[in-house]
Design a protein around this ligand. Structure first.
Ligand code: NDP
Length: 264
């Protein structure tokens, strides 16, 4: 039996073990997926080999350490500097980023969307902003502090803090990429800014899943279509599963089983 895990801190809340185990069972694959609370991200590579696992997902706060732990990186993971999926093949660790393609697929339903405003500029914004731009979207970022924006500015993205923000063009999608609302009741940016940008938007999206955040509640009050982070989570999981099982199942075959994790 092949062993898989999710490394992170915390990991107790993660849906990944349920998602992957349902898929292993449904597809008759001899695999088992556990969770591992890893405090020190620099130990990730050692743990991977000590536990003799075949593949792993990596969540907060170790995606950058996971990037460093790999022997080989796929082109996109290399470009964005963050890895959330590792597969061991012939003693080498191969790293991928499936968060970003998962998010890209999750927003495909908004067919006419082109301009996207990210609220937040952390690790998740980093990989998703790049894949969106590569796919032809125009991405701007609004963050409460300026520090994290420097990297985006250097890469040519339009960036704003709450103080410097101005809506020069209407944004089609407003995306909460912050952790505001995850464990508190805060909005990701001042209400006065949200009032303005949401009224022009096609839809509002949150990457947080499993709850209605204050941001999504606010968007509903403005009668806008909303979407939470569940599809992103599902799709990043399906893409990771494809890597774990060496592409022997189709996306649709995996989805059929993995999505059962979302009905509980
Ligand atoms: P990071 O810690 O890397 O970045 C957090 C960002 O949120 C920063 O821009 C920070 O701003 C901002 N922020 C945090 N709290 C607040 C607040 N109260 N008000 C305004 N801004 C705030 O986080 P990640 O990028 O790793 O994760 C972001 C979110 O994405 C999380 O909620 C996570 O759960 C979710 N996620 C969902 C996934 C899915 O599959 N659905 C996958 C991965 C992540 P500053 O720079 O000023 O500190």
């Amino acid at each position: 039996m092949q062993l898989f895990t999710i490394f992170g801190n915390p990991v107790s809340h993660s849906k990944s073990p349920l998602m992957h185990n349902l898929s292993f069972k449904g597809l008759n694959y001899n695999g088992c997926y556990t969770r591992y609370k890893l405090k020190d991200g620099t130990q990730l590579r050692n743990k991977f080999f000590d536990l003799d696992i075949t593949g792993a997902n990596i969540t907060v706060p170790h995606k950058e350490e996971a990037f460093k732990a790999c022997d080989e990186l796929d082109e996109f993971a290399q470009k964005v500097g963050a890895v959330n999926t590792i597969v061991k093949k012939e003693g080498k660790l191969y790293g991928y980023n499936t968060d970003a393609p998962g998010f890209l697929k999750a927003i495909k339903e908004f067919k006419n969307a082109k301009r996207v405003l990210f609220l937040g500029a952390g690790g998740t914004a980093q990989s998703t902003s790049v894949i969106l731009r590569d796919a032809g979207y125009e991405v701007s970022l609004l963050n409460r502090s300026s520090g994290r924006l420097e990297r985006y500015e250097m890469e040519g993205f339009k960036t704003y803090t709450f103080e410097t923000f101005e809506e020069t063009v209407p944004y089609d999608l407003i995306v909460n990429m912050t952790s505001a609302g995850l464990e508190d009741e805060s909005l990701p940016c001042p209400q006065s800014i949200l009032d303005k940008v949401i009224s022009n938007a096609i839809a509002c999206i949150d990457v947080i899943y499993g709850k209605e955040t204050p941001f999504l509640k606010f968007a509903k009050e403005h009668n806008k279509p909303t979407k939470d982070g569940s599809d992103m989570l599902l799709y990043q999981g399906i893409i990771a599963f494809e890597y774990f099982t060496n592409h022997q199942f189709t996306f649709n075959e995996i989805e059929k089983h993995m999505k059962k994790a979302f009905i509980f």
